[in-house]
Write a protein that binds this ligand. Sequence first.
Ligand SMILES: [Zn+2]
Length: 173
Amino acid sequence: MRLSLISFILILIIISPVGAISERVDRISEEIIENYQIEGDLKYYYKDLNGGAETRKYPFNRYGVILDSEFLQDTNDEELKGLLAHELAHIEDYSSMTFPEFLLFGAIYILFEDFQRDVERETDKTAIGKGFGKELLAFREYSLKSEDSAYVERVKKNYLSPEEIIEYSEGGI
Ligand SMILES: [Zn+2]
């Protein structure tokens, strides 16, 4: 009885959107993380973020990537890899900051839209530089197809366009 209840809960977790996406995120993250220089522990969290993703640094070199499982459940592996290539580029960046430096960075990011745009576009370029231009392009196209028009506007304003991704991917897509 007790075992079957545990099995039932496990099955619920596995078939839930978070369970399905977290298995894929863990697998793809493991595949690509060796391309990034990250000192410390990284964990993925899931929350409704209206399509976005957030990255954090915590004290003692711990990092969090917060993902929107519902928005991501229709991605294929290539699109999901494109997103993770971008998020891990943020974490690599935070890895070179002390915690107080990260707090200052976070405050400036929230306060200044131009800075936010520069950071996101540079982060896209880092992901391309790591060899994930094709995957980033796939994810950008997935994002731009979202039915949430406010989210699409944010993507257009702050990130590289599909044309720019192709342009910056020197080795070709
Ligand atoms: Zn970003």
